[in-house]
Design a protein around this ligand. Structure first.
Ligand code: ADP
Ligand code: MG
Length: 590
């Protein structure tokens, strides 16, 4: 008996399916690409149970006749490739004729299609790669494909699927990518009965269209921070949108890269983007919709089963072109440094805040490691303030309030000198500790809002917020959904006060930072929410009355760390009597 056996067809097909079809989103990606290749002007997508239940894609493209429909299910059946060389010059998304074959192998599949001019439509039904029925179908232009019960016959693979929430997020991302890269096609995505994304086919010019789609995909707040980008080099063009340096985000989730309008996850492109920001990044991440156009012969999309990764022949040129384009574009838009530091030549006396540009200030917020498992990390340590803190304990002396400076600083006289307090930083510290105290006592006082506050998010951000809504409730925040991507704040801890824009920033930030609820340690979650809530909730009131100033200092006195705000910035500093006297070249203290 020979030892080598030829594998039976149903095993072969499952192996092939394992390569192409990794999860529900990969099925969807293939189906969308087929619809685009068929010239669809409109693609409607319906998902049930995170894609495990049903993935249904309907298009109005050129359709298939009876014979093509049958052939389409076979292995290496494609209308897009005739000779091997075509592989390198293809303008279509599909080319290997494996997608339908693979999907068919691991689901219950229904396809119906109608091609203009045919006598009628035609449908095929089957499961696990076996055709069960062939029937006539109504003459509805285009093609409808339904893949139900994905992986019903490969239970081992089904087990590898992630949580519903993360499968859904991946599905949404797949549609977002297609929508960004194909402005001439309308997309509509419905998940479990609710509409997640709906964008019309756009007739406008390229930039007009792209702006439109970027606004729909990124949501208002991220979109508002984007700058337009355009550059060219020999044999390539790069264009799209990237974050301005003052509008960087906490994670990489808002990065979309395309090569010849194919969504790709390429390390080189990302590195080139980051290089373009250089020192402006400070641990934060840009959002982008970055398109690279190359000669089809200059890259190979065929190295990855799901066509996600690409190999470039002119890697260095590509890297240089992208990073230079980004750098030049951003330099022209860079925000000026904060006008804060006093004139430099002050005999080495540093009692000012360091001269930090605004986007660096923003980096003081906790900057989590973004993309994989550990979505939480300790708040980024700011470079510690330069000046030494006074040996003197400020709490040891009576304070007399002198007044407020620039609606930001409170000045107090004390026996040890002049005390300068950053009122926001101090308020943040006080709130932070009070809130965490209430939290650990399980006694957060919650205040329902008469008028709920709204925040517009991207679809994937909304998904994250929904995943977290249970935990957020225990943290005192009641958050609801209105429409596909508007979050509503119905109640909040009564310690906090949010304006509408502050809430939008708060929830936008959280939705980027929060990963899988189960993965983070409870105290880290609490810290993150406390830090952000404090930062956002107090900006509203700048003017402080004398009694309020006194009250704040009394509260600050009780905190565990009265010298730092929750982000690690100083809350106060002393100008000692000796120091003041020295500046006036007097020999003794006051
Ligand atoms: P590929 O896209 O690599 O050719 P697929 O297995 O995805 O392979 O599809 C096989 C063939 O079925 C395609 O080449 C195309 O001719 C046909 N086809 C698939 N989906 C559609 C559709 N939505 N509309 C028209 N034709 C389609
Ligand atoms: Mg295909």
């Amino acid at each position: 008996m020979p030892e080598i056996k030829v594998l039976p067809e149903d095993v072969v097909s499952k192996i092939a399916a394992g390569e192409v079809i990794e999860r529900p989103a990969s099925v969807l990606k293939e189906l969308i690409e087929n619809s685009l290749d068929a010239g669809a002007a409109k693609i409607e997508i319906e998902i049930k149970k995170a894609g495990r239940g049903l993935i249904r894609v309907h298009d109005d493209g050129r359709g298939m006749d009876r014979e093509d429909l049958r052939l389409a299910l076979g292995r290496h059946a494609t209308s897009k490739l005739n000779v091997f060389d075509d592989l390198y010059s293809l303008a279509t998304f599909g080319f290997r004729g494996e997608a339908l074959y693979s999907i068919f192998a691991v689901s219950r599949l229904k396809m119906s299609s109608f091609r203009a001019g045919a006598a009628s439509g035609f449908a095929i039904e089957g499961e696990g790669g076996r055709v069960v029925a062939e029937l006539p179908a109504p003459p509805v232009t285009g093609t409808t494909i339904e893949a139900a019960d994905l992986f019903f016959n490969t239970p081992a693979r089904a087990k590898f699927m992630k949580s519903d929430a993360s499968e859904r997020a991946q599905i949404i991302r797949t549609v977002e990518e297609a929508a960004l890269a194909n402005c001439g096609t309308a997309f509509r995505l419905v998940i479990d009965g609710s509409e997640i994304l709906s964008v019309p086919a756009l007739p406008g010019g390229m930039w007009e269209n792209l702006k439109n789609r970027a606004a729909a995909v990124f949501g208002k707040s991220v979109y508002a921070g984007l700058a337009r980008l355009e550059g060219k080099a020999e044999g390539m063009a790069v264009y799209g949108f990237v974050s301005r340096p003052d509008a960087l985000g906490a994670t990489r989730l808002n990065q979309y890269f395309f090569v010849n309008r194919r969504p790709v996850g390429s390390a080189i492109l990302r590195q080139a983007l980051y290089r373009g920001y250089g020192h402006m990044l400070t641990g934060r991440h840009p959002a982008c919709a970055l398109f690279l156009e190359l000669d089809p012969g200059a890259f190979d999309a065929n190295i990855h089963p799901q066509k996600r990764d690409v190999k470039f022949s002119g890697e260095n040129e590509i890297f240089k072109t992208i990073s230079n384009t980004v750098y030049e574009e951003l330099l022209s838009k860079q925000t000026p440094a904060v006008q804060f530091a006093p004139p430099a030549a002050e005999g080495g006396n540093k009692f000012s805040a360091p001269d930090v540009p605004a986007y660096r200030e923003a980096a003081a917020a906790p900057a989590p490691a973004a993309e994989t498992g550990g979505l939480f990390s300790a708040p980024a340590q700011l470079p510690q303030a330069q000046e030494a803190f006074p040996a003197e304990d400020w709490r040891a002396h009576e304070l007399a309030y002198l007044g407020q400076l620039a609606k930001s600083y409170l000045l107090f006289e004390s026996a040890a000198g002049l005390l300068v307090v950053d009122q926001h930083a101090a308020q943040e510290r006080v709130l932070f500790e009070k809130y965490l105290e209430e939290f650990s006592q399980g006694a957060i006082k919650v205040q329902p809002l008469l008028v709920p506050l709204e925040a517009e998010l991207s679809r994937s951000q909304m998904e994250t917020v929904l995943k977290w809504s249970g935990w957020l409730k225990t943290a005192g925040f009641e958050i609801d959904q209105r429409g596909p991507a508007v979050a509503l704040l119905r109640a909040a801890p009564s310690l906090f006060y949010f304006t509408q824009p502050a809430f939008a920033e708060f929830i936008g930030y959280l939705s980027e930072v929060l990963g899988e609820p189960g993965k983070a340690a409870e105290d880290i979650k609490r810290n993150i929410i406390a830090t952000m809530a404090c930062k956002k909730s107090i900006k509203a009131r700048d003017f402080v009355k004398p009694q309020e100033a006194a009250r704040l200092m009394a509260d600050l006195k009780k905190t565990k760390d009265s010298y730092h705000c929750p982000h690690g910035r100083p809350t106060l500093f002393y100008l000692s009597g000796t120091e003041i006297a020295r500046r006036f070249q007097r020999s003794s203290a006051l």
